[in-house]
Design a protein around this ligand. Structure first.
Ligand SMILES: C[S@@+](CC[C@H](N)C(=O)[O-])C[C@H]1O[C@@H](n2cnc3c(N)ncnc32)[C@H](O)[C@@H]1O
Length: 294
């Protein structure tokens, strides 16, 4: 199946990576293979790309898309099923060596968001799952149905930056058990009606997704190992989609710069052009940051 896929901020990322055709590259978030395919195409016989994801279904899609779009470069890609928190040991086991470039395009893919069965979105009805790796861990239904009210309100506030978290948590308590995305969205909507442009369930769904996948801890564990994975002069490009993610990247990049471990290449974050947002509305909140390791 061929699907139209727009890797976010792709031209900017590729330019920032300054790819060496015989270099070693890591894509920590293979997703649908958009960025991986573009990197692989720029490698020659000496180059290698490790394309990684914690979602086995995404990885299969990345593989299919790269097989279709990268021709002979496909053989230069190794697909690795791993979360960020095990990336270093997985790459060491594969004797990947130090990388010339590293990319991570955080968050969820369009496939994850639009497949009802994955339970990430309130736009369609599906089981309340939200796990990127469906082989392990608690689902969103587990969190929604078994977390005490105050804790639930706190996590919706902290990870969704949702000011109406207490009303929402109270409504969830009354409506339990909640097993589907549509049911949860309706409960949230009735407790906290839409105020602006965004759907009233957006922030609570973001919070649940972050908790289910331990997303912020995962990003921190990734940032902790990046210096060990990179060669001197290697470039790191990371794309975030909300302020909680971007804050972690910004803080870490600044710390590396202070410690002399990296040079910041993006004084101001790079954002998609109006043309990209027009073609792909999902890119509108993306921010790209780049550093060069010293
Ligand atoms: C925005 S998509 C990446 C899209 C990709 N750059 C492309 O061009 O198709 C993010 C991907 O990162 C993966 N991901 C998110 N957090 C992860 C983690 N902690 N470990 C490994 N993969 C993760 C998700 O499963 C998802 O497939």
């Amino acid at each position: 199946m061929t699907t139209v896929h727009f890797p976010v901020l792709c031209a900017e990322m590729l330019e920032g990576l300054a790819i060496k055709p015989d270099g070693t590259y890591i894509d920590a978030t293979a997703g649908l293979g958009g960025h991986s395919g573009q990197i692989a195409k720029r490698l020659d016989g000496g180059g290698r790309l490790y394309s990684c994801d914690r979602d086995a279904e995404s990885l299969e899609m990345a593989k299919a898309s790269c097989a279709e779009n990268t021709a002979e470069s496909f053989d230069r890609i190794e697909f690795v099923h791993t979360p960020f928190s095990r990336l270093k040991e997985r790459l060491a086991a594969l004797q990947a060596g130090k990388a010339n470039g590293f990319v991570a395009d955080l968050g969820v893919s369009r496939m994850q968001l639009t497949t009802p069965d994955r339970g990430f979105s309130f736009m369609s009805d599906g089981p309340l799952d939200m796990r990127m790796d469906r082989s392990e861990g608690e689902t969103a239904a587990d969190i929604v149905n078994f977390t005490p009210e105050k804790e639930l309100a706190d996590l919706i506030y902290k990870y969704g930056e949702e000011r109406r978290s207490r009303h929402i948590a109270r409504a969830i308590m009354r409506a339990r058990p909640i097993r589907t995305t549509k049911h949860l969205a309706d409960v949230i909507q009735s407790a906290a009606p839409r105020m602006g442009k965004i759907h009233s369930a957006t922030l609570s769904f973001q919070a649940l997704r972050i908790v289910v996948n331990g997303e912020l801890d995962e990003i921190e564990s990734l940032l902790a190992v990046i210096p060990d994975l990179m060669q001197s002069g290697g470039r790191v490009a990371m794309i975030s989609f909300h302020s909680l993610e971007d804050r972690l990247l910004k803080k870490q990049f600044q710390q590396w710069a202070r410690e002399g471990k990296a040079k910041i290449l993006t004084k101001h974050v790079m954002k998609p052009t109006a043309a990209e947002i027009n073609a792909n509305a999902a890119s509108r909140s993306a921010k790209l940051r780049l550093v060069e390791m010293t």
